[in-house]
Design a protein around this ligand. Structure first.
Ligand code: GLA
Length: 391
């Protein structure tokens, strides 16, 4: 029997609602919305793009810093909320107080001791734009890192993805080699958002691109993340000195407040008298991913907000994961013209956490750490997958 058109449309619509279809059967591409995100002081316009999926999950990304501005996902009752700290327009992201909210960080995420490294017998000097414990170091790519650049966006609605490209010229922020970098965000109907960074260089350089969203899975950005439950599949972590530079040791987590091998409430031990926590003012360390899957993805972290049931898993191909508990967040940072957070909220101490997969901090100066050197002919690839669910 031949169905008439309206019956056929109804059947197709029902199939879509039941989730019976799959991506390859979709006849229409996903729709990616584009809007203005305001203007920079020099007049350039920033744009914001929205990816969405069949479950109401949305990801908003701006071409300023290839930054993830918002990620909305349902709780166990289906209530959809934004899980990210951030700003309402590009002004906040471009402002001097922005602590890398949602940023794509580069060239080198995390810290480099004294802002110096030697590669192939040549010395390189980088900006020292951070000074924990009063000791200057290089942080997150320098003064005008990748997070402060306008990237070129290519929308790919057929795969619900956006690719951003940026060419970092030889000598930019002190790093050698002209680097061609590409970052792709993709959202699927399994509530997975991927962030993939790929890069090539025309001269030897060091590279550690890092994704830096600040999460509060409750969706209430005035509440502490100390009640979130965290699991890190890591038997070791990297102790640091007071300047938050790794000592070079890979220390066991066993019997310490750094042990998250079993799901543990973040706040349970954060105030323990333990040197690593005292130096960093809480959690702000790189944990060692014991079974990295360099050509695939391995679990790096699992975090759950018990109130809403929202759970996020982070998977990666990297060797480490920085867990930062928002110790530097302070309402004073959010005063001033361009500095208030979303909806005018001044984010308080430990109201968000970061889980940044990465090569080890200060690897350019530490011969026993996995290499972060990229040479001509090689392709750097950093894969991350965030999976959102509710329990
Ligand atoms: C990283 C670092 C923290 C902090 C933030 C940015 O997560 O580990 O120490 O500098 O970036 O504020």
């Amino acid at each position: 029997m031949v169905k008439n058109t309206s019956t056929l449309l109804l059947t197709l619509a029902t199939a879509a609602l039941c989730g019976c279809g799959n991506n390859s059967m979709k006849s229409d591409p996903y729709e990616i919305l584009t809007a203005t995100f305001g203007h920079l002081e020099d007049g350039r316009e920033a744009l914001i793009y929205t990816l969405s999926n069949a479950n109401g999950v949305t990801a908003k990304i701006t071409n300023y810093g290839a930054t993830l501005v918002s990620l909305k996902a349902p709780d166990r009752d289906g209530t959809i909320e934004d899980l990210l700290h951030g700003y309402d327009s590009v002004d906040g992201y471009a402002g001097s107080k922005n602590p890398y909210f949602g940023a794509s960080v580069g060239r080198f995420g995390n810290r480099i001791k004294d802002g110096k490294f030697t590669l192939d017998c040549k010395d390189y000097i980088l900006a020292t734009n951070n000074d924990p414990g009063g000791i200057p170091c290089h942080l997150h790519g320098g003064v005008d890192g990748f997070n402060r650049r306008i990237w070129t966006a290519t929308l790919r609605p057929e795969s619900n993805a956006i690719t951003f490209t940026y060419v970092s010229v030889d000598g930019e922020e002190g790093y050698p080699g002209t680097l061609s970098a590409e970052i792709t965000y993709q959202l699927n109907d399994n509530n997975e958002l991927t962030w993939t960074a790929v890069a090539t260089t025309d001269a030897p350089t060091v590279l550690n691109m890092v994704h830096h969203p600040y999460w509060n899975l409750s969706g209430d950005h005035s509440t502490s993340i100390n009640d979130h439950i965290l699991m890190l599949p890591c038997d070791r972590y990297l102790p640091t000195n007071v300047g938050l530079i790794p000592t070079g040791e890979l220390a066991s987590v066993t019997g310490t407040p750094m042990d998250f091998t079993q799901p543990t409430q973040i706040g349970l031990r954060v105030n323990d008298q333990f040197e690593a926590l005292e130096f960093a003012g809480g959690y702000d360390h790189c944990w060692v991913l014991e079974q990295p899957n360099v050509n695939g993805l391995a679990l790096a972290a699992r975090v759950k907000d018990p109130k809403s049931g929202r759970t996020m898993e982070v998977h990666t191909n990297q060797v480490g994961v920085q867990f930062y508990g928002g110790n530097f967040l302070s309402p004073e940072d959010f005063q001033g013209e361009f500095a208030s957070g979303k909806g005018g909220l001044a984010y308080e101490f430990r109201t968000a956490l970061c889980l940044e997969t990465e090569g080890f901090p200060d690897a350019p100066n530490q011969a026993n750490f996995p290499s972060t050197v990229l040479r001509p002919g090689e392709t750097y690839e950093h894969r991350m997958l965030y999976h959102f669910s509710a329990e």
